[in-house]
Design a protein around this ligand. Structure first.
Ligand code: BG6
Length: 478
């Protein structure tokens, strides 16, 4: 029977804007995330066109990985990580995104981080753009709506490829690129919020702008993938999708069709382009019905064909249902909610917990593309309690992760080619959707709170030793 590869990647995942802090240190410029205040489950965070006084911007300090990276990477090594997924902040390398030359201090910081990983035989897995576009590009071009961003992104990629070519192999171009198929993508990934101040849920959404901006990201991704393949044949280039597995709420044929169409436009559309190298036929109808006419230049479709990825990666937290019955109960979710599934429980933030859905999803992806895959985000956002003796007994998190690993194993037995697993927020960090610290995912607790206070001290949760055992046994001891 198949089991996890001997060289299976076990580790954790993070993003610069959610954990580095030092938002304006050593020449770094502001990113979209740096303009976002905190929020809660019920009150959306706000994006502001200028930095407001007496307002908390969680990314500005975050958990200050910038000054704690040695301590943190040592803890990852103690847990047995052989991979660490993190992102490079574009704004550390090109503070406005438009400079001609990269910022040496920014490049040096990531040299240090990568070298520290390598010291412990931890393979860096780098996300090139994780919800942290330079804010100056929002001001100048309305984010990715401006075609100019393609070239600027290439400049950034060329700089980091050349600098880290001897010590990085695995790269992901855009985190959760399919967020651009949803209104949340305006703020998070596309930066199409020029001049806007207000709740992130209040951005005026124009799908025509969104899909145009997304097209520019496809071209940018394909160009740098091709460039990497041509110049650095040792590189392995991946995509990254937020997978929100969508079941039909009933076996009513209308519900089946609705679920199929949601699966296509929300989950498959971007990877069909990035893995198969062309826009899928089903998108034509969607574009026609929504009056979306993407402006393309000569050569765009050729480069999309030539710049396809080597491996497929995705985040998986939850599943939802689709229904044609408008009276169905709704539930929350990552990037978007959906119809409630009566068979599933949900986290405190309303994300439905569905480990078997991960097996289903892995199989569906592998059936479709047949390339190696990696689960680069998964986990339970929960409130942790520090006991009087300092321990943190996060059995709920262990339970969540254990059940998902069991299902990954089943999927491997089913035949999928799974390269690795990097649970999200291996060290507590700022929540992307709400800006909270209270929504914790880590094996490592960080003393940092929603009001910005805290000593930033790190401590191990119960899940730390549990995950260490999982890694040591290559997923046998669960
Ligand atoms: C993914 C993102 O959508 O989910 C991460 O890639 C994010 O950036 C993670 O943090 C969990 O979401 P949240 O909102 O709980 O932080």
């Amino acid at each position: 029977m198949r089991t996890f590869r001997k060289d299976f990647f076990w580790g954790g995942a993070t993003a610069a804007n959610q954990f580095e802090g030092a938002w304006n240190v050593d020449g770094k410029g502001p990113s979209v995330s740096d303009m976002c205040t905190n929020g809660t489950k019920d009150t959306p965070k706000r994006i502001t066109a200028t930095i407001e006084e007496n307002t908390l911007y969680p990314s500005h300090e975050a958990i200050d990985f910038y000054h704690h990276y040695k301590e943190d990477i040592k803890l990852f090594a103690d847990m047995g990580f052989n991979v660490f997924r993190f992102s490079i902040a574009w704004t550390r390398i090109f503070p406005t995104g438009m400079e001609q030359e990269p910022n040496e201090a920014g490049l040096a910081f990531y040299d240090n981080v990568i070298d520290e990983c390598r010291k412990y035989n931890i393979e860096p897995l780098i996300t090139i753009s994780h919800y942290e576009m330079p804010y100056a590009l929002v001001e100048k071009y309305n984010g990715w709506y401006g075609r100019e961003c393609i070239e600027l992104f290439e400049r950034y990629c060329h700089a980091i490829f050349e600098r880290y070519k001897d010590k990085v192999v695995y790269w992901l171009t855009f985190n959760e690129i399919n967020s651009g198929t949803m209104p949340m993508g305006n703020v998070l990934s596309l930066g199409t919020v020029q001049g806007y101040t207000g709740p992130i849920t209040g951005v005026k959404d124009d799908p025509k702008i969104r899909y145009q901006a997304l097209h520019h990201q496809f071209v940018a991704s394909a160009r740098v993938v091709k460039y990497a393949h041509d110049n650095y044949p040792q590189f392995k280039m991946g995509n990254m999708i937020c997978f929100m597995t969508t079941y039909p709420a009933t076996c009513k044929p209308d519900d089946m069709l609705k679920a199929q169409s949601e699966m296509r436009m929300k989950n498959w559309f971007c990877s069909d382009i990035m893995v198969r190298g062309c826009y899928p036929e089903y998108a034509d109808r969607y574009f026609e019905e929504n009056d979306i006419r993407i402006k393309m230049e000569d050569g765009d479709l050729d480069i999309i064909k030539e710049g396809t990825v080597d491996f497929y990666t995705f985040s998986y937290y939850m599943s939802i249902c689709a229904s044609t019955d408008e009276n169905e109960k709704l539930t929350g979710g990552n990037l978007m909610g959906g119809v409630k599934n009566p068979y599933l429980e949900a986290s405190d933030w309303g994300w439905q917990i569905d480990p078997k859905g991960l097996r289903y999803t892995l199989n569906a992806i592998y059936d479709r593309y047949h390339i190696p895959m990696m689960v680069v985000e998964n986990g339970l956002g929960a409130v942790d309690k520090v006991e009087a003796d300092g321990t943190i007994n996060d059995d709920y998190r262990i339970d969540y992760l254990r059940k998902h690993i069991i299902e990954m194993k089943e999927a491997v037995k089913d035949g999928v080619d799974l390269m690795g697993y990097t649970p999200w927020g291996c060290i507590d960090l700022v929540s992307a959707s709400t800006g909270e610290m209270a929504k914790r995912y880590g094996f490592i607790y960080v003393d940092k709170h929603d009001d910005g206070t805290g000593t930033l001290a790190r401590s191990k949760k119960k899940s730390f030793d549990w995950f260490k055992g999982v890694i040591e046994s290559n997923g046998e001891k669960l």
